[in-house]
Design a protein around this ligand. Structure first.
Ligand code: SF4
Ligand code: SF4
Length: 346
């Protein structure tokens, strides 16, 4: 692998980071000006717990106030704008109509499709219910970018967990266009804010096969985990609190793309494995079903049941682990922990 100047990164990644770094220095030197304009933003919350919005609001650098004041113009959101009811809906529709191709559409939460989308009603118009499905179908194609905030919006996540009574799916299954999937349950504040700023200053980030920005999801948790040396020596924790690798306690870090081990959480102070709990794979396509039961080792995990087809869809395979829409990196190995555990990237 070609590297640069003693860096552990491949030359391509090193050059890319250097390019960003020089832009950043230039940007600071010039007094960190705002972009030439503040793109209108619509943040639509569907079947969600608000965790991804809270993560966005918890960003430290830049903080939320700075972002709202200098960089984006939030036109519709259920927490960040003062307008309510029909005024809020009018702002959404007006933004989509007058800023087609320019506005950023953030979607948080999965989109329920069963019963005509009845399980996520965003607004009413002339006495008609507007569901999340209706709104995303109608304005998704007009957005400059569509960003799925969190695993529910990206891939269905907990909202689509077995038996998925609302028929929830990720945004990419509703719109016919590329979606940037900032997965995580919730997403780390840096992942969503970093994606926003990449869009603002450099355009679309490079993404993996499931639409996740490589900036944050290029390597598995396992690659940089502080307990990796224990894994490599086959030294495994018997119970929570032991200092060894937690693979036998259900850790799915080997197939989970994220930079948690060095980015960390809660103001960069800690992350799950350092805090003695296994990675449960919250950024993956099949989460949470493919991580279940959480505390059994990867080869023994079993999905709780077959995917439930939506009305009109053919019956799906009956085997508990058949018919999944998981990428290769998310497939559980068939037996034992082999040395690299599908960790092709790590
Ligand atoms: S299996 Fe989990 S605890 Fe063990 S090294 Fe990998 S990420 Fe860390
Ligand atoms: S350690 Fe794993 S489950 Fe925990 S936040 Fe990171 S990716 Fe998600």
């Amino acid at each position: 692998m070609e590297t640069r100047g003693g860096s552990v990164l491949p030359a391509k990644d090193h050059d890319y980071l250097m390019e960003i770094y020089s832009h950043y220095r230039e940007w600071l030197k010039n007094g960190a000006p705002a972009p030439p304009w503040k793109p209108p933003v619509i943040w639509l919350e569907c079947n969600a717990c608000s965790g991804d919005k809270i993560a966005f609001m918890n960003s430290q650098d830049p903080n939320l106030g700075e972002v709202l004041y200098r960089y984006i113009d939030v036109r519709f959101d259920n927490a960040l704008v003062a307008a309510e009811g029909h005024q809020a809906l009018e702002a959404l529709l007006e933004t989509a109509a007058t800023h087609a191709g320019q506005f950023y559409l953030f979607v948080e939460g999965a989109i329920p499709l069963r019963d005509e989308g009845l399980y996520a009603i965003v607004a009413e118009l002339n006495g008609e219910r507007l569901t999340a499905r209706d709104i995303i179908t109608s304005i998704g194609s007009k957005a400059g970018y569509v960003i799925a905030a969190g695993t529910c919006a990206s891939f269905g996540g907990p909202s689509a967990a077995y038996p998925n009574p609302s028929g929830s799916v990720g945004v990419r299954d509703v719109v016919q266009r590329p979606v940037i999937n900032v997965s995580g349950c919730p997403n780390n504040p840096d992942w969503i804010m970093g994606t926003l700023f990449h869009l603002l200053f450099y355009g679309e980030p490079e993404v993996d096969e499931d639409g996740r920005p490589l900036l944050f999801y290029q390597y598995t948790v396992h690659r940089h985990c502080q307990r990796r040396s224990y894994f490599d020596r086959d030294e495994f924790a018997d119970q929570l609190g032991d200092i060894e690798c937690m693979f036998q306690l259900g850790c799915v870090g080997p197939r989970t793309p994220s930079d948690c081990p060095y980015r960390q959480w809660n103001g960069y102070v800690n992350w799950p494995v350092r805090a003695n709990t296994p990675c449960i794979g919250c950024t993956t396509v099949g989460f949470p079903d493919s991580s279940m039961p959480f505390f059994v080792p990867l080869p023994e995990k079993q999905r709780p049941g077959p995917p439930v087809p939506l009305p009109g869809e053919p019956t799906l395979p009956q085997s508990a682990n058949d018919g999944e829409k998981a990428s290769q990196v998310e497939q559980a190995p068939s037996n034992g922990p082999p040395p690299m555990m599908n960790d092709q990237k790590g």
